[in-house]
Design a protein around this ligand. Structure first.
Ligand code: AMP
Length: 308
């Protein structure tokens, strides 16, 4: 099965209570692609960078099997830049700078070799671009999932509502779910959001795990309690990459398999936060990932001998 990922490929500057970085490589598309690359080979990215983006990083993605045919390099322009500062609890952050640069006029191109893909992950980007990508797919993929953030709710709500109506699954964090629905209770928020279109909804709760909603079914997966969290940037995208990579590699979108996908995504996200940027995600081994997934299984596994 094949996966198409759309998302920013960018520069980030991050400040956490543990340190500060100058410009490093980031972007939702970058994290998603690295993460899903461990689950499947047939994956493709749609994005845009400026001429300032290092070829070395594109080579790293390519070496992981990511097809870059749909990645445009715009001469004379700068890549997207985002900067954020985390609060002491590491669960919340302030955006300090968002420079759209090449994203401002991004017109996504879907190469012929990407057509017919079964799984589409619309990473955090302008909802107008996300919609264009859906409309430019000649055949509707089996599963269209999408991420977004408060930035787009603030400046492009009308387009965002249209994009949400056109997808199968929305993957957002708890704060975004509250802002989008106007409901504090996540159960009420989930109901309202699903009335906007998507049959499936994942609400990520940072170090408190993730919830999956479908019909009357709800599944909850914890996050792995980690000793050190250095940088949560990209954890949500890494989660989405692991989740979609798992679903695409197993080609099964039943609720039961989505539960496994949530665990795969959570395991990948737990690696992402251990180092700044994409560093940890670039060189994982199959054994490390398998062991981490088993840790999750152990974390949630118990035997209820007597109920009452
Ligand atoms: P996450 O921590 O999962 O929310 O993702 C952070 C990544 O999203 C960073 O690497 C940023 O480059 C990227 N990002 C932040 N804001 C935007 C935006 N408005 N559009 C696209 N990508 C963004």
């Amino acid at each position: 099965m094949s996966l198409v990922t759309v998302g920013s490929v960018a520069f980030d500057a991050i400040e956490t209570p543990f340190g500060k970085t100058d410009k490093i490589i980031g972007g939702a598309g970058t994290y998603i692609a690295f993460s899903s690359s461990y689950f499947m080979k047939n994956q493709n990215i749609v994005s845009v960078v400026g001429e300032d983006f290092p070829q070395e990083m594109l080579d790293k993605l390519s070496n992981k099997g990511v097809n870059l045919e749909g990645l445009q390099i715009i001469e004379g322009e700068k890549s997207f830049f985002w900067s954020g500062k985390y609060h002491n609890d590491m669960n919340s952050r302030d955006t300090l700078v968002t420079e759209l640069n090449v994203l401002e006029n991004f017109d996504p191109i879907i190469p012929a070799s990407y057509q017919g893909c079964e799984y589409l992950m619309l990473g955090n980007l302008s909802p107008d671009v996300q919609l264009k990508v859906i409309n430019r797919m000649e055949k509707r993929p089996k599963l269209v999932a999408m991420d977004t953030m408060n930035f787009w709710m603030d400046i492009a709500m009308d387009d965002l509502v249209k994009a949400i109506a056109a997808i199968d699954m929305l993957i957002i964090n708890d704060e975004e779910a509250r802002q989008l629905s106007g409901e504090y209770s996540l159960v009420k928020a989930a109901k309202k959001i699903r009335e906007m279109g998507p049959k499936f909804l994942v609400i990520k709760k940072g170090e408190h795990g993730a919830l999956l909603f479908h019909g009357t079914d709800v599944f909850f997966a914890p996050a792995l309690p980690l000793e050190d969290v250095f940088d949560p940037t990209g954890a949500g995208d890494t989660f989405a990459g692991g989740f979609m990579g798992y679903l695409a590699s197993t080609d099964d979108i039943s609720f039961e398999n989505m539960k496994r996908g949530i665990i795969a995504g959570s395991a990948m996200a737990s690696f992402c936060v251990e180092k700044f940027g994409t560093e940890k995600l670039e060189n994982l081994t199959k054994t490390e990932i398998e062991d981490r997934i088993q840790e999750f299984v152990q974390l949630t596994n118990f035997d209820m001998v007597k109920s009452i």
